[in-house]
Write a protein that binds this ligand. Sequence first.
Ligand SMILES: Cc1cc2nc3c(=O)[nH]c(=O)nc-3n(C[C@H](O)[C@H](O)[C@H](O)COP(=O)(O)OP(=O)(O)OC[C@H]3O[C@@H](n4cnc5c(N)ncnc54)[C@H](O)[C@@H]3O)c2cc1C
Length: 432
Amino acid sequence: MNPFNHKQTLIIGGGLSGLLAAWHLHRAGRRVTVWEAAETPGGWAQTLAWPGPNGESGWLERGPQALRLGDDSALGRICTALDLDLRRPGPRGPRWLGKAGRRHPSPATLDGLFRVPGMRLAEKLRLLVEPFAPGAPVEENLRTFFARRLGEGFAREALPALVGGLLAAPPERMDVGALPRLQGLEARGGLVCGGLRMGPEHTCLPRGGTGALAQALAASLPAIECGRRALALEALPEGRWRVHGEDRSADFDTVVLALSPAAGTGLLGEAAPQAAHELAAIPGLDLRVWHSRHRMVPGWERGLGLLLHPPEGRGLLGAVSLAADDPRGVPGLLQLRTYLGGAYPVEAELETWPGVLAELSHWLPELGEALQVREEACPSAFPLLEPGHRARVAHINEGLPPGLHWLGAARFGPGVGDIAEGIEAWARSLQG
Ligand SMILES: Cc1cc2nc3c(=O)[nH]c(=O)nc-3n(C[C@H](O)[C@H](O)[C@H](O)COP(=O)(O)OP(=O)(O)OC[C@H]3O[C@@H](n4cnc5c(N)ncnc54)[C@H](O)[C@@H]3O)c2cc1C
């Protein structure tokens, strides 16, 4: 018999993981409550008001600036079911790699890939044999994965900026097994053939920003209690759980922890010490994000993207701007967001905005002074999914007593699409 039917489930954490889990359980007819410590649901996925210099309406994204959906993806299915009004941004503006002291076309494009400085001719030609790359070893980090598929030259000269800009960590410190899309591509014949078979992904923006996804999920749930932090779990007879909050306790048949590793560790401590120990070993990466508004620069109206080859960024990983017609920005102004830190040390001069602007201006000399600046610190923004991560996840799940579940970016992968895919599969596994 399905253990979730007719029983009370508590989901601790009302970020996207918790909201998605609750949404699936609720749609399957189960009784589910969400406790969220903050006053608003969404976790990182929140679109915050940021008025312009003259009080104009404007917003910034605390987490993802846009969503990436595949034609047949869990995230796409959810957006459709929620009837989210999605906008496909038009053509994008310039995308660059900052390396060898100046800008080059981004290696995320075909043109840029063949123009990465530092790659020898033979290394560029090696890119062409990617579909015939040898099979995967059992365990691999991102660097060895890409060196095997695209060659040493790519892994050495282009990969650090791509991985640093997306995952805020060096490729050799990330387990390829923690990134489900890469595994899916490999299983379907490699990056090129697998990409063709899996179909393209599109960048989409919900009306109201990416936080609108969290809001729509929360609005579809009957019981979400914000401002309610879970403090401790107590095992009761017959496999039930008592959850202690700041001002009250309540009993549940099933408890789902939809939390970062750090937050989950504290709660699991006594209930599942071995799982708590493994969870505590997953490092959280602190990201520093600066949002700034400048006068628009001609040619950048469609937005810009800059990734830096990590040794040269001195802790600055990259920057991305909104397109001029993005409803979150202030008309006429360039809205930029700049990332620093993660697994990379940030040099002392880049601890404050003037230092960040000086470093940015080296790569983007067209950029003028900022009219507005705001820092959003993102402690433990991303989990560092180190080599051996899949085995660690398996140990955590094995160490959880009946009635306790653990979900989140550290289990399913760092992107919203990975989380949506993982939680859809998790919810399906509970059926029957
Ligand atoms: C700056 C930044 C940029 C990003 N960019 C992208 C991107 O471009 N594309 C992409 O796919 N992903 C991106 N991500 C990652 C993505 O946003 C996250 O992976 C995702 O939002 C994580 O959701 P979550 O629910 O697992 O965790 P969280 O968002 O951390 O939610 C956990 C929730 O649990 C609550 N909580 C904690 N402890 C307790 C407790 N004891 N009791 C009750 N509640 C508790 C917290 O308040 C929080 O709301 C980005 C993240 C950041 C920070």
